[in-house]
Design a protein around this ligand. Structure first.
Ligand code: ZN
Length: 66
């Protein structure tokens, strides 16, 4: 993955300013505070509240969204 640890350190959740963590599968960044999940597209994190999904047992449905 192109998301480096250095990049992760400077990224912050735009909703609550908490730090974000790379998901284990590397597909998205998850806010440790509000649990919003920001998608990564073409190795670029999309740090937009409008694009974020709330991780709460809806993970399977995210796969179907475009
Ligand atoms: Zn947050």
């Amino acid at each position: 993955m192109a998301i480096s640890q250095d990049l992760l350190e400077i990224l912050a959740c735009p909703a609550c300013k908490a730090k974000v963590e790379l998901k284990p599968d590397g597909s998205a960044l998850k806010c440790v505070e509000c649990r919003r999940v920001y998608p990564i597209r073409d190795d670029i994190p999309v740090m937009l509240v409008d694009e974020a999904t709330i991780e709460d047992a809806v993970e399977d449905r995210q796969q179907e969204r475009t």
